[in-house]
Design a protein around this ligand. Sequence first.
Ligand SMILES: [Zn+2]
Length: 417
Amino acid sequence: MYSTLERFLKYVTYDTQSVDRAETVPSSPGQLALAKALGEELKALGLQDVQVTEQAYVTAALPSNVKNPEKKKKVPAVGFVAHMDTATEVTGKDVKPRVVKNYDGGDIVLNEGGGGEKIVLSPKDFPYLADYKGQDIVVTDGTTLLGADNKAGIAEIVGGVDYLLQHPEIEHGDVKIAFTPDEEVGHLAKLLDIEKFGADFAYTLDGGPVGEACYENFNAANAVVTIKGRAVHPGKAKGLMLNAVTMGQELNALFPPAETPETTEGYEGYYHCLSFQGTTEGAVLKYILRDHDALRFQERKKFMEKAVGWMKDKYGEDRFSLDMKDQYRNMADKVKGNEHIVETALEAMRELGIEPDIIPMRGGTDGAALSWRGLVTPNLFTGGHNYHGRFEFIPVPSMEKATAMMLKILELYVRKA
Ligand SMILES: [Zn+2]
C-alpha cells in the first residue's frame, strides 16, 4: 500500500555497517553511497531542499499544502529522522533479504548451511514470531543482519512522503526528513544543523515492534581509570611491589554487585566495567554509568569519584587517575512542557488500533541527543525484531503500520490547528 517494502529491499543491499572509533564521518564509505542514492530518490520524488552532505547527512522537505492561510501558520513543521548505518556486531555486507510469504507459523530455514548446520529462525527461540502467522515477513539468509535497524525507518518515511506526494488532496503541514550516519557508533546526529532543518520537533522511527514508543532513556557517562603499579622482581617484592592488577580488582570490588547490566532492568541504573586490561606495572579499567533519574545519575558519578578517591588515599594520589565524561542525557526532561509531541504520537497509534507500548529505553538514541540540542525527538517503532543479528526480521504489515502512524501524526496536527 505504501511502497515501503520495495524501498526497504533496495536499501538493505547497501553495505552501511558503521565502524567504531573511525576518524571520519561517515565511518564507512557505503553510508555515503546510500546517502547519495537517497538524495537522488528524494529529488526524483519531488521533495524540496534535498541536501546530501559529504558526511552522509540527507535532508529534504515537503512543504505544507494547508489551504487556509490562518490554519497553515498554526500547523507545526514535523521532522522524521532515521539512521542509515547498521550495527557493528554482524556484517551488513551482501545482505540477501528474503520475503517469506504468508508465514505458516513454523520454523523458517534461513540457510541450509551447505553441509554444515542449518540456520533456523524458530518461534521456539523467538515466541513472538508466531504472532505474525499469515503475514509476509522479511528475513535474512542467516549470514548477515537484515538492517531493518534502521533502514526500515528510512523506507517507512520515504514511503510516507511518497504517499503524500501522490495524494495532494491530503492536507499536511511542513514535513522535514533527515537520514543520518553512524548512529550505532554513538555519533548522535551531531552534524545535523537543527536550525536549517527547520522542524519544530521530530520523531526518530528507530524502535522495535509495532506500538513501541520511547521518550525516556538513560543518562550516560563513561569513565576510564588508569592505575600505575610498581613492578619489582617477584623474588624481592615484599613490601615493595604494587600490583596494578590487584589494585584494579580492589577498585572494582567497591561497586555494588547488584547494580550491573546483568542484574538490573526497567528504571534500575548500573555501573558496568566494560574492560579491564593490565599488568603489574599498569592497568586500565573502563566503565559506563547509566541511570534514568538525573539525581541518581549524579550520585553514581560521585560514587565513582569516591571509589577512586578511596583508592588514592590508600595507595597514593598519583597511582590512580580518573577520566569521566558525560555521553548523553535522558530526553524526558526535554519532553516536559512539550507533552503534545508524545501524546499526539500515542493518539495516532490508538486511532490506528495500535496499543502503545511505552518503554524506558535502556540506552540512548539520536533523538535524546537532538532533544538536548533543542529539537525534541521521541523515538517510535519501525516494526522489526532481533536487531543487530542474523535473526533480525520485519513483518511487511508492521512497516506499513509505521508509515500509517507517520501520516496519522501529520493528519492530527492539521486537525488540531
Ligand atoms: Zn537503530
